[in-house]
Design a protein around this ligand. Sequence first.
Ligand SMILES: Cc1cc2nc3c(=O)[nH]c(=O)nc-3n(C[C@H](O)[C@H](O)[C@H](O)COP(=O)(O)OP(=O)(O)OC[C@H]3O[C@@H](n4cnc5c(N)ncnc54)[C@H](O)[C@@H]3O)c2cc1C
Length: 813
Amino acid sequence: MTKLPNQAQVVVIGGGIIGASIAYHLGKLGVTDTLLLERDRYTCGTTWHAAGLVGQLRATENLTRLCRYSLELYADLEAETGQATGFRQPGAISLATSQERFLELRRTAAVAKHLGVEAEVLSSQEAHALWPRMEIDDVVGAVHLPKDGMVSPVDVTMALLAGARQSGVTTLQNVPVEGLIVEGGRAVGVTTAQGQVRAETVVLAAGMWSRDFAGRYGVSIPLHAAEHYYAITQPLEGLTEETPILRDPDHSAYFKEDARRLLVGIFEPVCRPWGMGGVPDVSFAEIPANLDHVMPLLERAYTRMPFLHDVEIRQLFCGPESFTPDDNFILGEAPTLPGLFMAAGFNSIGIQAGGGVGKALAEWIVEGEATMDLAEVDIRRFEPFHAGGRFLADRTVETLGLLYGMHWPFRQFETARGTKRSPFHQRLLEKRACYGETAGWERPNFYAPEGVSAEYEYSYGRQNFFPWVGEEHRATREGVGLYDQTSYAKFLLQGPGAQAVLQRVSANDLASPTGKVVYTQWLNPSGGIEADLTITRIEDESFLVVTTAATRFRDFHFLKAAIGDDQAYLTDITSGLATLGIMGPRSRELMAELTSADLSNEAFPFATSQEIELGYAQVRAMRITYVGELGWEIYIPTEFSLHVFDEIMRAGQALDLRPCGFHAMASCRLEKGYRHWGHDIGPEDSPLEAGLGFAVALAKDADFVGRRALEAQKSKGLERRMVQFQLEEPELMLYHDEPIYRNGVRMGLTTSGGWGYSVGKAIAMGYAHGEAGSLNAGWVRDGEWEIELAGKRYAASASLRPAYDPASERVRA
Ligand SMILES: Cc1cc2nc3c(=O)[nH]c(=O)nc-3n(C[C@H](O)[C@H](O)[C@H](O)COP(=O)(O)OP(=O)(O)OC[C@H]3O[C@@H](n4cnc5c(N)ncnc54)[C@H](O)[C@@H]3O)c2cc1C
């Protein structure tokens, strides 16, 4: 038996597919001093009972890249390691029983092709020819992915472990990790009954146990186990290894051949969370099936295969799988405990994602930063409240089923709502706000007119709120609108070293005068955008940092980690300040009713901030905008917030002040070409590519992270550049991820899209690529541009300049 070493470069906790894949890839990268420890036997957690589907497509480009890599890896793993994996590629069919679902599938197929995933749209008859025993009366159409595959999850995990060992990695089973060694605020090893192992890096890949384990060290990992079902029939005539996987999302079911039997898997629309009192110390766990819950769902699945009524079910299986609050998995280094990486919460795609995740995390550990944009799965997208037991149990009910639900544009979670509310919540509810949720915040997305219920009616076309948002947009452009922006995150960085810290992390110049609002990005060493925010010097040694609700935790810890030895102190003051946006050409008039402060351009220019009196309150007013109009963001100490709100509403009556929601804001910012972090910009996009060169102070008297990468990019010339589009076709809607073409050549995907009410067209932005240095206005003008929607291309006009007020005259009015 291999003796437990007392030291390793990396210790991986967990011998499921994820831990195995991380260890395999660390070995490939030369980190052979890696030790994997499994509590019981390899695969005994969730991996052993997975159905083994390896689909290639995910909601976004990078997650698809990870899954495609898994497929390629698994295809060759047996030849490489000598260990069978059960890999085969029968392809997969997804069925649509409504026109909306068919549209969704065709949109996905268009993206698939862009990502190099073979995909063909099928008629119901064509689908039937591939799966002759299914009923197709209700089928509208289908999409076929001929290269989708499947594996034996146990075998593929064993092969990854074998591959890891062949590289020199040590893997041990029956060694439970009891705890972490934490020194100086860093994870520096693990403890076991057989002794301690010190390590530079610890990776937690302990599946559904990860949350409880990490919670002991103040690290929040929001995942919750839920029951997950499939049934396996007796052997059936006609099933072969070539029988395609069949997904029937409208019946919450999938079908796959399994040793000549049929495995019928269920994705329940309302699922049953499991292990609420803590995940027990079980191995190869099987949960007793709840027949009242699962039988009606199986019945539903049988409507696709009525012959199954006469077929014996040999096994009805229920096992636990981990789900997260947003259905995306969790990767990265714990912001509150450096040295501890994690990979958990796989929402039923751990096998399909496992190969790519292992590679991505191993590279992240070795390189010291993610080698691709993984923001959507980064642990830092969550806040500690997300890992609360009750929040998770309530949310999990919904997340499992969503995997097969309709992915409507703007779809809002229905569970675990009402977590964070601004002081204006009730007031705005009375104005018929329809609330959406971001990072736990309830935020007005739109306002319904009198007599109409403030609820979404989802569709891929114009949704019910389309005309109402148009009115809010017009109020912002022509009069004055009120936005509740309380959800914005606010931090205070104070101390004699504050400026030095900000100069080091910011691409823009923060050696700024008091009252100056500086728009800046924080970059990684490769020049990619890690954060996009405004920073205002409010006193000599005090800066107010404002960022989005969704990046509060991420940006806070990014800045905290950057402080280093400088004398500076960072405080999150989000809860202390409510925020209202007063936006539009008549905002000055409105503000003037409430304050004696001089609001003229000379006294209060754009991108400056002052403390002013407003009603009985002292507030901080910032002349800044995300809608592209004259306007102020008002930061109000929370206890004064309702007073200020009431004063604004009173004074606003004469000016037709209109409460406006985040959909109107999105429409306005798109027209104005304002980028949105997470959509248009992220860790793989440089500010120069994104058209944000105006916010990069290469001439500033301080070095900053990413500077060298930007200088190199500048001297070589850009090979990639953000372009803004307007669709010529008047009726169509754009959302994001629609393929872009220039002169028939596929360029990329739109990063965000929407309706521009002022320009009267669907608008979008996205990156185009070409020869270094050639991507100038002429190149854009001379191209014939098209955007593809559900398989059909439509002409678009393109520009490097925004569709609305390109010279920003209105903002500076
Ligand atoms: C019914 C069902 C069907 C599924 N079908 C599919 C599918 O078709 N395709 C797909 O992609 N995914 C599928 N999944 C999901 C997939 O099984 C999981 O996402 C995946 O197995 C998760 O792997 P993991 O390594 O994160 O977790 P696990 O497999 O649970 O591995 C974690 C390991 O950590 C060990 N561990 C825990 N604590 C410690 C400790 N303190 N010390 C040492 N070791 C520890 C555990 O013993 C366990 O072995 C399915 C899941 C279910 C339930």
